[in-house]
Design a protein. Structure first.
Length: 139
């Protein structure tokens, strides 16, 4: 069995952002040479997420509004985590809701997706560099 590892780096200009990273994951699969196996994609930071869904701007706005209702950024003093001098407790909660990683099957050298599925990087405390790990195993 072969394995392949690659890191992607992101630095968003805004506190929250949703980036379609499917093309970068597909490029990593092509680079790996693996035709059949599994592809793990995970955020390597506790205030960011990787998830699968539809690439539709209205849906991304819905995610953002829904997450902000569940874990609003302000008032900052509502969270004990922020007593440490941080202001990102909401980002940790949003990450927990949206998930750390996704695993997708690779068949014939391609992501084995259902209709409309795409891979996204969700940023909840941006404006600094963060990484995403791609780990591919198979033959």
């Amino acid at each position: 069995m072969k394995n392949f590892r690659k890191e992607l780096w992101f630095e968003t200009k805004t506190r929250r952002a949703y980036l379609n990273i499917t093309p970068q994951v597909e490029a990593a699969i092509a680079e790996s040479g693996i035709r059949d196996g599994l592809c793990l994609v995970n955020a390597m930071h506790i205030s960011a997420s990787v998830f699968i869904n539809d690439d539709e701007r209205g849906l991304h706005g819905d995610f953002d509004r829904w997450l902000e209702k569940l874990a609003p950024h302000e008032p900052i003093d509502q969270y004990r985590h922020n007593d440490t001098g941080e202001d990102n407790a909401d980002a940790h909660l949003k990450r927990t809701i949206m998930g750390r990683e996704t695993v997708v099957a690779i068949t014939d050298g391609k992501l084995d997706f259902g209709p409309w599925e795409q891979i996204f990087y969700g940023e909840f405390d941006g404006r600094r560099r963060k990484r995403v790990l791609i780990k591919i195993i198979g033959e």
